[in-house]
Design a protein around this ligand. Structure first.
Ligand SMILES: *Cc1c(COP(=O)(O)O)cnc(C)c1O
Length: 830
């Protein structure tokens, strides 16, 4: 319960307008989490600003607002508090409410294992006391006040996870919570953090242990060298715990992992407790158990009693939570979070429990920030996976590094699958491997990779409670409307499930006898060549098309073995590489063909080629009369293997008559060749996306589809069916907002001049990023779900838009340059 006047006083705030409601049930920061009698907390910090969400929050029923500047919308009937810094204000209130109820705080911190540790402490203490615990940690220090809104006067203890996200967090959280007990789980083992250095992280942690009073307790993981370093400065009693480590006050040993429990013996001082067990899985969870026991001891719960509770602990949803899934397979859901340390711990478990007659399948999604962007972290996992898993399935761009490493460590390529779309990871599991009770499937990934959706899809119909557990667990972890300021100034988001669906739609359209060549040239039209290529190959494409040899080599480098047609000029000095990597080249000129043949003979391996015919586009290709002649030569070059013949339409999307003429010209080349030489091309192809859609007769036995894969209409007249979906969204953020006086020019060349006083937003994106420069004032972007026109000339990396008609635009607001925002869309076609 939150009292308006207590909040006002403790947070040193100011009322804006007349107060209305005075008692509230909770705080909320995320529009999607709003409940009726809550206070909406506006965030305005280095991650962004949510003042823009105030009116929507009111519309969704909040009764109070706490913010840093007066709202610009109508706040009649709402209690509005103004403070300097909302998160500092809420922490001040946290301190107040803990003091008011006299609740003692047990602070749990570290990089992983916090939730399970907090839960173990909570369960053990709850056997004797009334205890509060904060459930969600994904929002950093705000999780403390958010949770304390549920604190009651009867709560003797509050178990609070202190989630360190950035430098400075710990000092603020310690001040707010004044802990009596600190529990440190794990600090080392992460490949990268957001702290200046590992030492500065330790300094931050030291604030917590040094705060403790002599009557307090520091419960510490003795096996973590970084935690150990903190043991000597605190005034509190130190209680260490370790796994098989002599020197720790409490030690678990004789650990054996099973698929449904972990058995262990416990030593504490001279006492021994043998034959213990817990349903928590993964030996590393014994740290959580020992932390719980240590805290219990401090508050008078003896080990016998504590171990009894440990025997009945339940795994938390999403943290090594076992589920019977499809075919009776054991699915281990560990998708709540993922860093290197916890992932390696999971693989240890997999290695320990897997019986010889079982198959160990490891499904791995991108880890969480900041490790999410570290290829090195993912490689470390891949190396371990290679020695543990029989099958490795990765989902996502960084998880793919794990697959690459696993392959380089000798894992069988047939059992390594790199995917980007959910549905692909799922169909490999269910169709390719047909799960059975002989399978142990470990699913692991960070919150943003949403691997829980995959687990959900794997569940048998009979696990309803698991399903509801699963759907609860992500709330608060991935903020949907809370600000997340991106690292880049402009970026694209790709929906690979959309790509997968589009390729399937094309394959359905052309049928089993026509090969789909997925055109992924120019980095797959900006969608990521490797990712699109893999996704297309999983969903019905059997050939890939690129422009140049280097583009093809990028795909080979990533381990893609499908045939690749290079559709542009291939300079002779690259032909060796092309042959070594088994590429298919385009030929159209006798001198080049001769050079290619000579090099192939030197290499001692034939080069596959397709002859390109210019049937009317006037671009690359041999003219029809030459083409017939060239084929005769081609058949005489012993080191050139003629696999196909093709042409390209110039107006399949606009001029059916001309396209029919091109088709006729094309047939006029193929017919005499077959008649005179008897040669049959393996592949005959002509159609791009527009041709594929509009001219079924031009499909022959291969189509080369580009734009349709990306879900874009070839033209106004040749349209995709509703089965297709665009896959790309291009975004940037607001860099500055200001009001220009009348008559003020904007941008290079002063091509735009304000007529009246005009509010503008500067965007940190420009033509270097691909936002076209000319003509002046050519388009619009989306801000707050509304259209904002470009004004003035687009610069290399800056652009200006008018936001006169859009209230509350602020620095950090999301801007959509391409794609959907709210109800509005800017299509690539437009
Ligand atoms: C780019 C390209 C395609 C694909 O064209 P879309 O219109 O994007 O489907 C097909 N064939 C060739 C030769 C190309 O260069």
């Amino acid at each position: 319960m939150i009292n308006l006047y207590e909040l006002l006083e403790s947070a040193n705030g100011q009322l804006f307008g007349e107060p209305s409601a005075q008692l509230f049930d909770g705080f909320c920061v995320d529009l999607d989490d709003i409940q009726p009698n809550h206070i909406f907390v506006v965030l305005s910090n280095e991650h962004g600003d949510t003042h823009q969400n105030i009116s929507e929050a009111i519309a969704r029923g909040v009764k109070g607002i706490i913010c840093t500047r007066p709202p610009e919308c109508d706040t009649q009937g709402i209690s509005v508090l103004l403070v300097r810094d909302t998160s500092a204000a809420l922490l001040a209130w946290s301190r107040y409410i803990l003091g008011k109820y006299g609740t003692k705080v047990i602070a749990v911190t570290g990089f992983s294992g916090k939730s399970v540790t907090a839960d173990a402490i909570y369960q053990i203490l709850s056997s004797r006391y009334t205890v509060h615990m904060n459930l969600d940690a994904g929002i950093g220090r705000l999780s403390i006040p958010l949770s304390l809104a549920r604190l009651r006067a009867t709560h003797k203890f509050a178990v609070l996870k202190l989630n360190l996200i950035e430098q400075g967090d710990m000092g603020l959280m310690v001040e707010a919570t004044q802990p009596e007990v600190a529990v440190l789980t794990q600090l080392g083992g992460s490949q990268i953090t957001r702290f200046d250095s590992q030492d500065s992280l330790i300094d931050e942690m030291r604030l917590l242990v040094d705060y403790l009073s002599p009557s307090g307790l520091a419960a510490m993981n003795y096996d973590d060298e970084w935690v150990r370093k903190l043991a000597n400065t605190t005034r509190a009693e130190v209680r260490t715990f370790g796994l098989n480590t002599f020197g720790a006050a409490m030690m678990a040993y004789n650990v054996t992992s099973h698929s449904d429990r972990t058995d262990f013996d416990l030593r504490w001082g001279s006492e021994r407790y043998t034959g213990q067990s817990t349903p928590l899985l993964g030996a590393y969870h014994l740290y959580s158990v020992m932390a719980g026991l240590s805290v219990g001891l401090h508050f008078g719960i003896n080990l016998q009693a504590g171990l009894e509770i440990v025997r009945n602990l339940r795994p938390l949803p999403g943290r090594m939570y076992p589920i019977r899934g499809a075919g009776g397979a054991l699915i281990m859901n560990d998708t709540y979070s993922a860093n290197t340390r916890s992932t390696l711990g999971d693989l240890d478990w997999l290695e320990a429990v897997k019986r010889d007659d079982q198959r160990a399948i490891f499904v791995f999604g991108d880890m969480e920030p900041p490790e999410a962007n570290s290829s090195r972290s993912h490689e470390v996992v891949g190396e371990r996976a290679a020695s543990v898993a029989d099958v490795l399935i990765t989902r996502g761009t960084n998880a793919a590094f794990a697959a690459r490493t696993a392959l380089s460590k000798g894992m069988n390529p047939e059992q390594v699958h790199v995917t980007y779309a959910d549905r692909d990871a799922l169909s490999i599991l269910t169709e390719h491997y047909a799960l059975s009770d002989k399978d142990v499937v470990l699913v692991k990934g960070g919150p943003y990779s949403r691997m829980d959706t995959l687990v959900r899809a794997l569940l048998d119909g009979n696990s309803d409670s698991d399903v509801s557990q699963l759907s609860q667990r992500q709330s608060g972890v991935v903020p949907s409307s809370a600000p997340v300021m991106p690292d880049r100034l402009s970026w694209v988001e790709i929906d690979y499930d959309a790509i997968a669906g589009n390729v399937r739609a094309i394959k359905r359209l052309v049928g089993p006898d026509v090969v789909v060549n997925a055109v992924v040239k120019s980095d797959a039209y900006g969608h990521g060549a490797v990712m699109v290529a893999r996704t297309a190959l999983f969903n019905g494409a059997d050939y890939l098309g690129v422009s140049s040899i280097p583009e093809a080599l990028e795909l080979r480098e990533a381990g893609i073995v499908a045939p690749i047609l290079v559709m542009n000029f291939s300079p002779p000095h690259l032909i060796r590489q092309a042959i070594q990597h088994d590429l298919t080249l385009t030929v159209y000129d006798i001198d080049l063909m001769r050079a290619y043949d000579r090099i192939a003979r030197e290499v001692g391996k034939r080069l596959r080629v397709h002859l390109k015919v210019d049937t009317g586009m006037g671009r690359l290709g041999a003219l029809p009369e030459e083409a017939i002649d060239l084929v005769r030569h081609l058949l005489n070059f012993r080191y050139l293997e003629t696999e196909g013949i093709y042409t390209h339409f110039s107006c399949a999307d606009s001029d059916p008559e001309y396209t029919r003429l091109q088709l006729e010209n094309f047939r006029g080349v193929i017919r005499p060749i077959q008649a005179t030489t008897g040669f049959k091309f393996k592949y005959i192809h002509a159609s791009n996306s527009a041709g594929t859609l509009a001219f079924p007769e031009g499909r022959f036995n291969m189509v080369r589809t580009g734009i349709a894969i990306y879900g874009m209409h070839p033209s106004d007249t040749v349209q995709l069916s509703p089965d297709f979906k665009p896959a790309i969204t291009w975004k940037t953020t607001v860099a500055q907002v200001k009001t220009l006086p009348p008559g003020h020019p904007v941008g290079y060349g002063n091509t735009y001049v304000t007529r009246h006083s005009e509010r503008i937003a500067v965007l940190p994106v420009g033509y270097a990023d691909g936002l076209r420069r000319a003509p002046n004032n050519w388009g619009e972007v989306l801000i707050h779900g509304r259209r904002a026109p470009l004004i003035g000339r687009v610069s290399m990396e800056k652009t200006v838009v008018s936001v006169d008609h859009i209230p509350n635009v602020a620095i950090g607001d999301e801007v959509v340059l391409l794609g959907r925002q709210g109800q509005e869309t800017i299509t690539a076609e437009a």
